[in-house]
Design a binder for this molecule. Structure first.
Ligand SMILES: C[C@H](O)CC(=O)SCCNC(=O)CCNC(=O)[C@H](O)C(C)(C)COP(=O)(O)OP(=O)(O)OC[C@H]1O[C@@H](n2cnc3c(N)ncnc32)[C@H](O)[C@@H]1OP(=O)(O)O
Length: 707
């Protein structure tokens, strides 16, 4: 065996051949075009082997079966023909595996994604381990692609079109047990017996690909052209409703599966490879791949250069409200750390504990988690009305209400009871970290750790440094946030930090458009069409109109008049209109579909007669340009460290359309000079808030890009 090979063959005494995959020098196995020759060599050997009884395909890297085709290799292709040929190469290799005359079993431990699952689907059987690292799926759609090496054809044939479609359209990753339930894997075993179980299956099975067995209803639906027509047209409708035409991969996926199910497997493969080539060249796929590269790079960063994080063994949480409950949950459930919650009332502690219990119990009910794990996680949570136990915590995360004196008092309390290394991380969303640290005896331990609500779902954490925060504090907080499942960006202290700062002018402008008479739902749908998950007025209801009203003047005082909110909050709040939380906002929260229709009475309250005058494009431009401009200010002022952090922060924190790559990638795509031109044109029409940021002017003049 040559040590340099990624694919090697072992012939066992029991006449089972094992294909070992181990890409040299890499932590994950991925499939590269350069492996073609060695795989062909392995297959040649197998095809000539006499008395062979079975084949097992297994990875020698624990925790990584195959994480798909190498995305950098796809990214390096210059035209659709090159990418198409990569897909064809994979197809041909997998066809040869499927055609072997003996049972072929994929033994899966770790990530089995994209091309990795396509390889496994070409095998006749699949055994997966019950390890937490085992994840199975076709995530190509998240890269703006479709499975290009047989996945669109083999998965529907294995489990049925109706089950395969949502998996391929969402890129959902399954645990082994879920995959077994859906019929994707045949058996689930502990990692220690994976190879034995796979060999046993190979020796006791027949070399044939299992196809879906239809119930009568399924036969009518999936087995007839008319039935399939119904399935596909429904899928198209749903995809369109969700993606608003912004994600070309969705339609292509449906077309490809439909084509293959009508014209046959081989024709389906041809269509698949062609579509893969075309999609890889779309700007949407390019941007989504950029996000993959950015987040992968961020996983390795400490946030403080070479400084190593300190070990965190225990966490303290101050405040058992919605945020505190969520923070305790991600600490105990995701990071696996004991979390001690302090609140001023027992009710607060009970609330926080129940918050975790409810989330965990939902997983248990859906059979995504064994009850024992729920119990073990709950044991890591404890509560107290005083600071008992806080002498042993390494990081305290404060989530009490937004009151500077209170927060300063908490810094002092923690300094009195905890060790001198204990970090005080505040989850404030509006108070300057510098002020919270102002009276601290150990300001180097004070840092901002801003989560987004709901904490268990939102992927971003802003880590905010003040001038005196130590590198060790930064690195330790970054490491903790990652353990809690977050993608952290390190930002500098300043009103609104980064995410809320770029959000504010965009929200203000949306409100201004409504006050000018644009109907609320027209403004919202323009921005949903642009690619945001919810429109700004709906978002205002979600965040709380009272919260927005409180933050707006703080931002304007700190950052200047371009942050001045339109004068409508007073009337809204006098009318007790706080948004979703008190069921009274821009939308109506009573009736059959709460939150779906606009509460028309808000127009009377604000003295407006709504009538749509501007197109969706104009609405999107007027609001989004202000967000882009503010993002440029943040980069220039060092609030964010890089355009990349600004892009990831906006995508993960606000839902800036991922297919546009984030504010900076979007500006690059349009051209900074054109952005400046548009801003200046609005500046003339609508006022100084559109004055281009100095950085943009400079870049436009020098014809520069962010990337
Ligand atoms: C033809 C086919 O249909 C087309 C395809 O298969 S397209 C590819 C589909 N696959 C994917 O999208 C999976 C992408 N990968 C992931 O989601 C995650 O890396 C993972 C869940 C596998 C592992 O996550 P995690 O444990 O946090 O490790 P992570 O740091 O991300 O990755 C470890 C290394 O593997 C690399 N890697 C993982 N999957 C990769 C891929 N598909 N291509 C290239 N590199 C990959 C990462 O870049 C990183 O490399 P580095 O250490 O040299 O920087």
């Amino acid at each position: 065996m040559s040590e340099q090979q990624a694919f090697t063959l072992e012939l066992r005494d029991d006449q089972v051949a094992v294909i070992h995959i181990d890409v040299p020098g890499e932590s994950m196995n991925t499939l590269k075009a350069s492996f073609a020759e060695e795989v062909a060599g392995v297959l040649n050997q197998l095809e000539q082997q006499r008395d062979l009884k079975g084949v097992v395909v297994i990875s020698d890297k624990p925790g990584s079966f195959v994480a798909g085709a190498d995305i950098s290799m796809i990214d390096a292709c210059e035209n659709a023909a090159d990418t198409e040929s990569l897909a064809r190469q994979g197809q041909a290799m997998f066809d040869r595996i499927e055609a072997l005359q003996v049972p072929v079993v994929a033994a899966i431990d770790g990530a089995c994604l994209g091309g990795g699952l396509e390889l496994a689907l070409a095998c006749h059987y699949r055994v997966a381990t019950d390890s937490n690292k085992t994840i199975i799926g076709l995530p190509e759609v998240q890269l703006g692609l479709l499975p290009g090496s047989g996945g669109t054809q083999r998965l529907p044939r294995l489990i049925g079109i109706q089950k395969a479609l949502p998996l391929i359209l969402t890129g959902k990753q399954l645990r082994a047990k879920q995959a077994k339930k859906l019929g994707i894997v045949d058996d689930v075993v502990p990692p220690s017996i994976l190879l034995d179980a796979a060999v046993k299956l190979a020796l006791s099975s027949k070399a044939k690909v299992k196809r879906v067995r239809h119930s009568l209803l399924n036969k009518l639906l999936e087995g007839t052209g008319v039935g399939r027509g119904i399935i596909f047209s429904k899928a198209r409708e749903q995809a369109q409703a969700k993606a608003k035409g912004n994600y070309p991969a969705l339609d292509k996926i449906i077309d490809t599966i439909a084509y293959g199910s009508d014209k046959g497997f081989q024709a389906g493969l041809e269509y698949e490879a062609r579509s893969f080539g075309e999609l890889a060249m779309t700007p949407e796929s390019k941007q989504l791949r950029n996000i993959f590269f950015a987040t992968t790079a961020m996983k390795k960063e400490t946030g403080a250069g070479d400084t190593k994080p300190r070990q965190v063994e225990r966490v303290g949480v101050l405040g058992g409200g919605l945020m505190g409950g969520g923070i305790a949950y991600v600490s105990a459930a995701k990071a696996g750390l004991p979390a001690r919650i302090k609140d001023i009332s027992e009710q607060g502690i009970v609330h926080a504990l129940k918050y975790s219990y409810d989330l965990l119990n939902k997983k248990v009910k859906r059979k995504h988690m064994p009850r024992a794990e729920l119990e073990a996680t709950m044991l890591r949570l404890s509560g107290s009305l005083d600071y008992s136990g806080f002498d042993r915590v390494d990081v305290v995360i404060e989530a009490v209400f937004e009151d500077l004196n209170l927060k300063q008092q908490m810094v002092a309390d923690i300094e009195a009871v905890a060790s001198e290394n204990t970090i005080f991380a505040t989850n404030t969303s509006s108070l300057p970290i510098t002020k919270i640290a102002a009276q601290a005896q150990r300001p180097e331990n004070v840092i901002g750790l801003h989560y987004f609500s709901p904490v268990d779902k939102m992927p971003l954490a802003e880590i905010i440094t003040h001038a005196g925060t130590s590198d060790e504090t930064i690195a330790t907080t970054v490491a903790l946030a990652k353990k809690q499942g977050k993608t952290p960006i390190v930002v500098k202290d300043g009103a609104g930090f980064y995410v809320n700062r770029i959000l504010a002018p965009y929200m203000n402008e949306s409100a201004r458009l409504v006050l000018e008479g644009e109907p609320i739902e027209v403004v919202d749908s323009a921005l949903v069409k642009f690619g945001f998950p919810v429109g700004p007025m709906k978002l205002m209801d979600e965040v709380g109109i009272d919260v927005a009203a409180k933050v707006a003047p703080i931002m304007a005082d700190e950052l200047g008049d371009r942050f001045r909110a339109p004068d409508a909050f007073g009337k809204l709040l006098d009318d007790e209109r706080k948004g979703k939380k008190n069921k009274k906002g821009f939308y109506a929260y009573s009736g059959k579909k709460p939150g779906k229709a606009v509460d028309e009475s808000v127009y009377t309250l604000l003295g407006i007669s709504p009538s749509a005058k501007l197109g969706g494009e104009e609405i999107a431009q007027r609001t989004v340009l202000l967000m882009l401009n503010e993002a440029a200010y943040c980069l220039d002022e060092g609030i964010i460290r890089s355009a990349r952090d600004g892009d990831i922060g906006a995508i993960f924190g606000i839902g800036f359309p991922p297919f546009r790559g984030g504010p900076f990638r979007y500006m690059d795509a349009i051209g900074v000079a054109e952005i400046v031109r548009r801003l200046q044109s609005y500046q003339k029409q609508h006022g100084e808030r559109y004055t281009p940021a100095p950085l943009l002017l400079k870049m436009a003049e020098n014809n520069e890009r962010f990337y």
